[in-house]
Design a protein around this ligand. Structure first.
Ligand code: AGP
Length: 613
């Protein structure tokens, strides 16, 4: 969490830092601040609240310079306030730091520094870093050496950017562990630093990514990357193909709404170049899946968090049904501490939009240490989850900015389906006819997703009626059970309505006691192998006076008769139905939150990338 940016060049750093922070605000919005080198002095502007507060402050008290750093905060230590906002200045007023991560031993370090007489101006863990750097520079060391020595004292995972008024020709950035990325972008006579690609995409597509335990010395014309022991490193320069316009809201009110509507495009791109409809075959070259490996796999464990984990739950049914390989789905924060039973015949498949979720990365590392083959399905190009894996599938969604994940849910569903077909093909579990049929069904996806989106207004009208409910129960079965979880998560995270999801067959074991007129039930009932079971579940809810919203396949009169409100989706093969059934639920949650006047893209207490435990 937290977003960090830096600029060094010939232009005015302030607007560049503010525009970078704007694009990183999804990472945290408790406070924001910037520091710019102006006339040989470090000038800081910072305030509690969203970036608009900082922009207003900068308007009132302008600051200009050619070198600067900035930060948008998701608070961990110390309440959201101006005093706790980054950047943090050292006692000499000559060194300044922005930080992403948690200094796990900060109490110890703070005490040690306090005994030495260092005054503290905030309640954050981050402030110790600037004091440690200053202490390390005390013996005549320069900034680079000061940073290197200071970092040795820190426990935890960190991304930091540092600047000194005494060495105005450089910025130093460093990364330890998985606290979020540090990306360095190349311009002409200028360089950019950020936690994530979209912040600097407007200025450059040529970027390098710092690995853990690396630091970079950035001048306006160059970057030198080295390990924390001072060994020079050659970093691969990536050319980022994302369209900068994709990181803008355009005609939409919110990023979430825009991203919901981008799913036709993102799913078209997901299929492009990977599906041979003629031959009925799938190609996923970056996965490095050889026929030998395909045969060797005894078990797949999908590990992820939140929405990505729900995609994994759908993938379990797809892979087990199509490729006949046992699949477990394990929440990454659980998997990493479970002492999981994996070996070289196990594939651990991580799913992550950001590619930097701390628990997911730790789960991948755990799997690697235990000898498993590690794969990832990941959106952020060059992210740690992509680099840590033996093979990966790159989601073709472009940047996802809204905190509530939408297009980065449907893309991995299709990726998992393609993976299942590829594995089934390699392991000989599919006849040519079945394989061709499964592949052929993919062709329908973009069009049918478009038809779901065309019905936004019908869903919006139901949202208008339901906007004041206090609770909701989402029910699904089989391959659509995870869609109940995903629909409920969307509702709670952006509308703050309590929503629970249950496998519908479990209702009679307890939760049905909750059902009365004040507990609307949303039942996901497409024509799939669990259809009849779901219908009887709806009848049971109705018999107890519940208001029932039904999500059904076009033309299903039986479902319509039982429904108080209905969402329709077009007919599709049951295995691909989750790609469609989730869409009305995304739209429903979006409009409820919108009607309630809530901040859809930046819901309270959340951040887009969860880089802390
Ligand atoms: C979904 O809407 C979330 N905001 C959240 O659950 C998210 O999916 C989760 O934090 C995992 O993130 P990742 O895909 O970037 O790893």
């Amino acid at each position: 969490m937290c977003g960090i940016v830096g600029y060094i060049g010939e232009k005015d750093a302030t607007p560049i830092i503010l525009s970078g922070l704007k694009r990183l605000e999804y990472r945290g919005y408790d406070s924001a601040g910037l520091a710019v080198l102006q006339d040989g002095k470090i000038e800081i502007r910072r305030d509690a609240g969203k970036l608009s507060q900082l922009s207003a402050l900068v308007n009132d008290q302008p600051v200009h310079g050619k070198v600067g750093i900035g930060h948008t905060r998701w608070a961990t230590h110390g309440i959201p306030s101006a005093r706790n906002a980054h950047p943090h200045l050292g006692t000499t007023g000559r060194v300044v730091v922005v930080h992403n991560g948690i200094v796990e031993n900060f109490l110890e370090l703070r005490e040690e520094l306090a005994v030495e007489g260092v005054p503290f101006n905030s309640d954050t863990d981050s402030e110790v870093i600037v004091h440690l750097i200053e202490r390390s520079m005390g013996g005549g060391n320069d900034l680079v050496e000061g940073v290197r020595l200071a970092l040795r004292n820190l426990k935890g995972a960190h991304g930091i950017v540092v600047m000194s008024a005494d060495e105005p020709d450089k910025i130093v950035a460093a990364r330890i562990g998985n606290a979020g990325g540090v990306v360095i972008g190349f311009g002409e006579g200028e360089m950019f630093i950020a936690s994530d690609i979209p912040a600097i995409l407007e200025y450059t597509r040529k970027m390098i990514f710092l690995e853990s335990f690396q630091m970079a010395v950035i001048t306006k014309d160059s970057v030198t990357v080295q390990t924390l022991d001072g060994k020079k490193v050659e970093s691969q320069v990536h050319s980022i193909s994302w369209d900068p316009v994709a990181a803008e809201k355009g005609e939409y009110r919110h990023f979430m709404q825009k991203e919901i509507h981008e799913q036709v495009r993102s799913l078209t791109d997901t299929l492009a170049g990977r599906v041979d409809f003629e031959e009925g075959r799938i190609r996923l070259p970056e996965l490095n899946l050889t026929p030998e490996l395909g045969q060797q796999i005894k078990k797949i464990i999908i590990t992820a968090c939140g929405t990505a984990a729900h995609a994994g739950m759908v993938g379990k049914t797809m892979i087990e049904r199509i490729a006949r390989i046992p699949v477990e789905v394990d929440i990454a924060s659980e998997f990493r501490y479970r002492e999981p039973l994996v070996d070289e015949n196990t594939v651990v498949l991580a799913i992550s939009q950001s590619g930097e979720t701390a628990d997911t990365l730790a789960a991948m590392e755990e799997a690697r240490q235990r000898g498993a083959v590690v794969w990832s399905i990941v959106n952020a190009i060059g992210s740690q989850a992509m680099r840590l894996a033996d093979g990966y599938i790159s989601m073709q969604t472009g940047p996802e900015i809204g905190v509530a994940s939408t297009k980065a849910f449907t893309a991995p569903l299709v990726d998992l389906y393609m993976l299942a077909v590829l594995l089934g093909d390699l392991r000989g579990t599919l006849s040519a006819d079945v394989r061709k049929k499964l592949v052929g069904d993919l062709r329908l996806i973009p069009d049918l997703v478009g038809r779901c989106l065309d019905r936004e207004d019908d869903v919006r009208q139901v949202a208008r009626v339901m906007k004041d409910v206090r609770n909701m129960l989402y029910l699904g079965r089989g391959i659509n059970m995870p869609i109940a979880y995903e629909g409920a998560l969307k509702l709670k995270e952006i509308s703050y309505i309590h929503a629970e999801a249950y496998p519908a067959g479990e209702m009679k074991h307890g939760p049905i006691a909750l059902v009365d007129r004040d507990m609307p039930v949303l039942a996901i009932v497409p024509r799939d192998p669990w259809y009849e079971k779901m219908i009887s579940q709806i009848e049971q809810a109705k018999a107890r006076g519940g208001c029932v919203l039904v999500l059904a396949t076009d033309g299903d009169d039986r479902a319509a008769e039982l429904a108080d409100h209905i969402f329709w989706v077009p007919e599709i093969s049951w295995m691909l139905s989750p790609v469609l059934t989730v869409i009305p639920l995304q739209i429903f949650a979006y409009h409820i939150a919108s009607y309630r006047g809530l901040d859809v893209d930046q819901p309270r207490n959340l951040a887009k990338s969860v880089t802390v435990e």
